[in-house]
Design a protein around this ligand. Structure first.
Ligand code: SN0
Length: 348
């Protein structure tokens, strides 16, 4: 694997999930793969889980790891071509990338959407320069438009929880669906957040449904519903074909998994509002996931990528409740990262 950006990069999802379980059985069995190999993790934005879980995954594989927080200690980087560099930026990305690449074998990059231009963000201007000028395998650690390590961990988490619930087709109650119903819900937030997490989650869920991925050993695929206020329609390159239900309560009916996330306007149905918060969050607080919505679900599990703003996105009782998966979901970030790094090491 030379690039990890989209769900297609991982290939067959059933095989990827099987490999994730193989990693869980003994995560140190491939230390020979990473011997004398170096992973460079570059952060243009804050991180807790991505930084720690990816570093841990690399260490599990016997790799050396270098972490660079560009905003703390590195030269300020110019990313635009052709500018006269008379401002505060001391170095150009076009020199920085090949230099950084010369010290490592694999590169992971985090660079969020900047919301200056929809075209720049959706063309992945920063990450594509890393792909083009580094000559190294590049994995996306949340870019302007995608967060595939998160979506892969989410799929692993859903599979594991569904496996615990659906033991065998025989033990299922008559008429019960062997397919889980997964709902992605928008929820309020005081700041404008990227669409990377929902884009990837949707992309991976749509692919799991299309591949009729057996989850928990039975059935095929899943039923997937997206709910959000009007104006927050996700880009069709990710959400194409997915069912959107604007009535949140209706979307939650019979759900087995509720995945909450805030995102700013993707600029699909409202091109002039790209990257904006469309309505004051005070007016949107009935979208906060609480016991009221969870009551109409099929005792749904609650999921969120974290960090989460409590009592904005989700109430304390739901995130602390017995159906909350946020901690195992975060723990699975180590596993998804290890599968990806392992595949990249195997193809060096
Ligand atoms: C990021 C996002 O894409 O929504 C990272 C999620 C993994 N989240 C934030 O930036 C949250 C910031 C905040 O202040 O709540």
């Amino acid at each position: 694997m030379k690039i990890f950006q989209h769900v297609q990069d991982i290939g067959d999802l059933g095989q990827a999930l099987a490999e994730a379980q193989e990693v869980k059985r003994d995560r140190f069995q491939w230390q020979y793969l990473g011997r004398n190999k170096t992973a460079l993790l570059i952060f243009f934005n804050n991180s807790l889980r991505t930084r720690l879980s990816t570093q841990k995954a690399a260490l599990n594989l016997g790799m050396n790891v270098i972490v660079l927080d560009v905003n703390h200690g590195a030269w300020k980087l110019e990313t635009e071509h052709g500018v006269i560099m008379d401002g505060d930026k001391s170095e150009h990305l076009l020199e920085a990338i090949p230099v950084m690449a010369s010290y490592c074998d694999l590169i992971g990059v985090r660079s969020f959407a900047r919301f200056e231009s929809r075209e720049d963000d959706y063309e992945e201007k920063i990450l594509n320069q890393f792909i083009r000028y580094s000559g190294r395998p590049v994995f996306f650690m949340e870019s302007a438009t995608v967060h595939p390590l998160q979506a892969f961990a989410d799929l692993i988490t859903i599979e594991e929880a569904w496996e615990r619930r659906v033991v065998s087709p025989e033990t299922m109650s008559p008429g019960a669906s062997p397919r889980p119903k997964v709902v992605l819900t928008w929820a309020p937030h005081p700041k404008a957040l990227p669409q990377a997490v929902p884009n990837s989650f949707v992309e991976w869920m749509v692919a799991a449904a299309a591949q009729s991925l057996p989850l928990g050993g039975v059935g095929g695929g899943l039923d997937f519903v997206i709910t959000h206020p009007e104006g927050y329609e996700l880009d069709p390159q990710f959400a194409g074909g997915a069912h959107v239900e604007y009535d949140q309560m209706k979307a939650f009916e019979g759900a087995d998994f509720v995945y909450a996330k805030n995102w700013s306007c993707p600029g699909v149905t409202r091109p002039g509002d790209y990257g904006k918060v469309l309505d004051d969050y005070h007016k949107m607080m009935d979208w906060t996931v609480s016991a009221r919505q969870m009551a109409v679900t099929n005792d749904a599990h609650f999921m969120h990528c974290l960090p989460v703003r409590r009592n904005m996105i989700v109430t304390d009782d739901v995130i602390e409740g017995p159906r909350s998966l946020v901690i195992p979901e975060a723990a699975n970030r180590e596993i998804s990262a290890q599968v990806v790094l392992k595949r990249m090491l195997e193809s060096l």
